[in-house]
Design a protein around this ligand. Structure first.
Ligand code: NAD
Length: 484
C-alpha cells in the first residue's frame, strides 16, 4: 500500500474501490491535494461486514490473553511507524507535528492499556435460588462493531474503539472521516502487520451515505460513533432499525469557571491551551470562559497577552506551532459565522476576529486566535459548539450565575473550575452537568477513568475498564446439580 493512497481493507487484504471511485485528500495548511482515498461501495460494506461476521466466532473464542498479545504486537507496529503516521495526520488534518506525535503516542497507550485489560474481563457468581442451583454471570463479546471516527483525532479516536472492541473479542469494520483517511489507513495496516487474522479488522472509506449504510447494516451488532451531536442522532436512529447497541461520543460546549480565588498562574496557561490548542477543534476545547467580576480584569489582560503570543503555523514547517489551520473550509466558515453573529449582537473583539489571509497562511484555512467579551445568551457562540480558535468570555457576579450559564447548553461533555477553595471545588464539580470535570486543570483525559458525555454529548463511555464493557454482553448461566 502506498502511504499516501488509501484503499479499503476487507478480509485481510487491501483492495481497490468496487466502483473505481476515489476522493482527493487535501492539506488544510495549503489547500493542495496530498493523496486519495478509495470510496467503498455498498457491496463492499456488505463484504466487510460479512468478513467480520465470519471471523467473529474464532476471534471471540481465542483466549483473552492471546488477543491481548496481538494488541501488544499492533502497538509495537504503531511504535515502529509512529513518525510516518504522525506526518500523515499533520498533512491531512493540519495539527502541528508535535501534537500529531502526541496523538500517536496516546494511540499506543490505548493499545497498551487494552492489551492488558483483555484478560481482566471478569464475570460473577450469584447465589442460586435452590440448594442444588449454581448461577454464574459471564461476559461475552457483542459481535461485529461498526467503529466510526471524526477527523479531529483520526487515529487516536479509532484506537479508542478498536482497542477495547478487539480486546473484548469483537470484530470490527472501521470508517474514518472522508477528509482524514490516510493516517487511519496506516494505523489499520499495523493490525495486518501484527498478524491479526483476516476479517477481524476491516476498514472502509466514504462519507455520510456510506456511514449510514454501515450503521444500518443488519450484520452490525454494535455501533461505536464519535462525531457531532446532529449526526449522532441519525446514527442512533439508523442503529435502532435492527436494535444494535450504541456508544455515542458527541459534541461539547465546555465551560470554565474562574472563581475570584483562582490561581491565575495556573489558570492562564491551562485555559489558553485548552481554548486554542488544535485550533479549538477538540470536543473538550473551552467554549465559554465564565470569570468572576472581581478577577475579570487581570484574568482577561493576561489571557489576551498569552493568546497574542501563540504561534500559528503549517504543522510540518513549524512542528511545535501552538495551532495550525482549521481542518476544512466548512469548519472555517462556521467559525466565521459564529464570530460574525457574536459581533452583530454586541460582542467586543479583544484579539483576532478574522481569517489569516496573508502569506504564509493565504492558501490554507487559518483563523487568528480570537478573544471575545460581552457574550450574551442569544449568541450562537454561547450555546453551539464553535470548533475553532475562539475564546468567548463572560464576566459573572457569583458562582450561581456561573453555574446557570455553564449548564445552559444542551451539551455536557467536560467542564472546568479554577478555585483554591476545596469546598467550592467539590460543590461546583457536583453541580456542573458534565461527564468530566477538571479542577485547577484542563487536561482531564486519562486511560483508567471513563470518558463520556452527559445530556446531548453522548451515550455510554469510552476508556477505562468501563469502556470495554460497552463491547460485552451479559449471560446468566443457571446450573442445576444432581440432588446430593
Ligand atoms: P461528523 O458527525 O460530521 O462526522 C463524524 C463521522 O461520522 C465521520 O466519519 C462521518 O463521515 C460520519 N458520518 C456522517 N454522517 C453519517 C451518518 N448519517 N451515518 C453514519 N456516519 C456518518 O463529525 P466531524 O465533523 O467529523 O467531527 C467533529 C465533531 O466530533 C464535533 O462535534 C466534536 O465535538 C465531535 N467529537 C466528539 C468527541 C467525544 O469524545 N465526545 C471527540 C472528538 C470529536
Amino acid at each position: 500500500m502506498s502511504a499516501i493512497e488509501c484503499r479499503l481493507f476487507i478480509n485481510g487484504e487491501w483492495v481497490e474501490p468496487g466502483g473505481g471511485e476515489w476522493t482527493g485528500v487535501l492539506n488544510p495548511a495549503t489547500g493542495e491535494v496530498i493523496g486519495r482515498a478509495a470510496c467503498a461501495t455498498g457491496e463492499q460494506v456488505d463484504r466487510a461486514v460479512a468478513a467480520a461476521r465470519a471471523a467473529f466466532p474464532t476471534w471471540a473464542a481465542l483466549p483473552a490473553r492471546e488477543r491481548g498479545l496481538l494488541l501488544e504486537r499492533a502497538r509495537q507496529e504503531v511504535a515502529r511507524r509512529q513518525e510516518e503516521i504522525a506526518r500523515l495526520i499533520t498533512l491531512e488534518n493540519g495539527k502541528p507535528l508535535k501534537d500529531a506525535r502526541g496523538e500517536v503516542a496516546w494511540t499506543m497507550e490505548l493499545l497498551r492499556f487494552y492489551a492488558a485489560e483483555a484478560e481482566r474481563v471478569a464475570g460473577s457468581t450469584v447465589p442460586g435460588y435452590q440448594a442444588n442451583r449454581r448461577s454464574i454471570v459471564i461476559r461475552q463479546p457483542v459481535g461485529v462493531v461498526a467503529a466510526i471516527a471524526p477527523w479531529n483525532f483520526p487515529v487516536d479516536l479509532l484506537s479508542w474503539k478498536l482497542a477495547p472492541a478487539l480486546a473484548a473479542g469483537c470484530t470490527v469494520v472501521a470508517k474514518p472521516a472522508p477528509n482524514t483517511p490516510l493516517a487511519a489507513a496506516a494505523f489499520i495496516d499495523c493490525f495486518r502487520q501484527a498478524g491479526f487474522p483476516p476479517g477481524v479488522v476491516n476498514f472502509v472509506c466514504g462519507g455520510a451515505e456510506l456511514g449510514e449504510a454501515l450503521v444500518s447494516h443488519p450484520g452490525v451488532d454494535k455501533v461505536s460513533f464519535t462525531g457531532s451531536t446532529e449526526v449522532g442522532r441519525r446514527v442512533m436512529t439508523a442503529a435502532a432499525s435492527h436494535l444494535a447497541k450504541v456508544t455515542l461520543e458527541l459534541g461539547g460546549h465546555a465551560p470554565v469557571i474562574i472563581c475570584e480565588d483562582a490561581d491565575l498562574d495556573r489558570a492562564i496557561p491551562y485555559t489558553v491551551r485548552r481554548s486554542f490548542s488544535h485550533a479549538g477543534q477538540i470536543c473538550h476545547s473551552i467554549n465559554h470562559i465564565l470569570v468572576h467580576r472581581s478577577i475579570a480584569e487581570p484574568f482577561i489582560d493576561r489571557f489576551v497577552a498569552a493568546a497574542r503570543k501563540l504561534r500559528v503555523g503549517n504543522g510540518l514547517d513549524v512542528p511545535d506551532a501552538d495551532l495550525g489551520p482549521l481542518a476544512t473550509p466548512a469548519v472555517l466558515r462556521k467559525v466565521e459565522e459564529h464570530v460574525a453573529d457574536a459581533i452583530e449582537k454586541g460582542a467586543t473583539v479583544l484579539l483576532g476576529g478574522h481569517r489569516l489571509a496573508d502569506p504564509p497562511y493565504d492558501r490554507g484555512w487559518f483563523y487568528a486566535p480570537t478573544v471575545l467579551t460581552g457574550i450574551t445568551p442569544d449568541m450562537r457562540i454561547a450555546r453551539e459548539e464553535t470548533f475553532g480558535p475562539v475564546a468567548p468570555i463572560t464576566v459573572v457576579r457569583d458562582d450561581e450565575e456561573a453555574l446557570s450559564l455553564a449548564n445552559a447548553t444542551p451539551y455536557g461533555l467536560v467542564a472546568y473550575v479554577f478555585t483554591r477553595d476545596l469546598d467550592r471545588a467539590f460543590r461546583l464539580s457536583e453541580r456542573l452537568e458534565a461527564g468530566t470535570i477538571g479542577v485547577n486543570n484542563c487536561s482531564t483525559v486519562q486511560l483508567n477513568a471513563p470518558y463520556g458525555g452527559w445530556k446531548q454529548s453522548g451515550l455510554g463511555v469510552e476508556l477505562a475498564s468501563e469502556g470495554i464493557q460497552e463491547y460485552l454482553r451479559l449471560k446468566h448461566v443457571a446450573i442445576e446439580l444432581r440432588t446430593a
